[in-house]
Design a protein around this ligand. Structure first.
Ligand SMILES: N[C@@H](CCC[C@H](N)C(=O)O)C(=O)O
Length: 281
């Protein structure tokens, strides 16, 4: 087997290895262990998430996007990677508007004049069954706590999030609390954990512990969930800037519950993977 091409991209430092399964069919059969090997920062390429662009499953879509975390687990959504894949498809189809299909649905993306990309990340889902949570509780006040983290808001953006409002997000020991909360019994599918505080009018500071990836410099769906949670709590309006370690995402929660996310896209390098990373020697 020859080597397999990939592109290394990122959105605000949330980094991805992107494969094109339309060209290299071997990546379509990638298993969790292979994905984790490629994502390893010492012995693989290294990334927070791996993405495979596949042929669309629907006439309305330009391509299907499969997403895996650094630990190899497959997930339903990744906001920053959606902007990256949209950027690839916009260049390929020479259009400003593209539709990216994921297991969570069709996501419409649009390239703006300043080079940023806006994605309609679909509807924020707020029912406890959809987060999902273990039992029926008010998702605006999930009744569980750990250390200084208490009273989270649950939001599903195609993946599960628990958003904690704190006095100072910088002061939270995410390395300590993140993994425990990610695996808490109340989240049968684990969860992404956000801690945030209000910086100013409609401006939020957010840090994230991502399910299957740990602390990352940015999380697009996490920023969407945080924007929705802050508006639900009456802390902000429905249009906010979310300041992440890697930069700022613009988030707008529309009246029909769809969430728009706007932010940059960057390409770091492209390369060829040695076939042994796919277990072929
Ligand atoms: N970095 C992402 C989210 C990736 C998936 C997440 N870790 C999960 O397990 O749900 C983003 O930009 O949204």
């Amino acid at each position: 087997m020859n080597g397999i091409s990939f592109i290394k991209m990122h959105g605000l430092g949330n980094d991805f290895v992107v494969f094109d399964g339309r060209r290299d069919s071997v990546v379509l059969d990638m298993d969790d262990a292979t994905a984790a090997r490629i994502a390893d920062r010492r012995t693989g390429v290294g990334c927070d998430q791996l993405v495979v662009i596949e042929p669309p499953r629907d006439d309305d879509a330009d391509a299907f996007m499969r997403i895996r975390n650094n630990d190899g687990s497959e997930v339903g959504a990744c906001g920053n990677a959606t902007r990256c894949v949209a950027d690839i498809l916009m260049a390929e189809f020479k259009r400003r508007d593209v539709t990216v299909q994921t297991v969570s649905g069709l996501l419409e993306a649009r390239g703006l004049d300043d080079g940023t990309v806006t994605v309609d990340m679909g509807q924020a889902r707020l029912d406890w069954r959809e987060i999902p949570l273990l039992k029926a509780v008010d998702t605006n006040h999930i009744p569980f706590s750990l250390g200084p983290l208490t009273d989270a808001v649950g939001v599903n953006m195609g993946n599960p999030h628990a958003v904690f409002f704190v006095d100072d997000a910088e002061a939270v020991d995410l390395e300590k609390y993140g993994p425990v909360l990610e695996h808490h019994d109340i989240f049968p599918e684990r969860a992404n954990i956000e801690v945030c505080h209000l910086m100013g009018e409609n401006r939020l500071r957010m840090r994230v512990w991502e399910r299957g990836a740990g602390i990352t410099r940015a999380c697009g769906t996490g920023a969407c969930a945080t924007g929705v949670a802050a508006a639900r709590r009456g802390l902000t309006g429905r249009k906010v800037d979310v300041v992440l370690d890697g930069g700022v995402l613009g988030i707008e929660w529309l009246p029909d519950d769809h969430v728009l996310m706007t932010g940059p896209v960057a390409t770091s390098f492209s390369g060829i993977l040695h076939p042994s990373l796919f277990g072929v020697h």
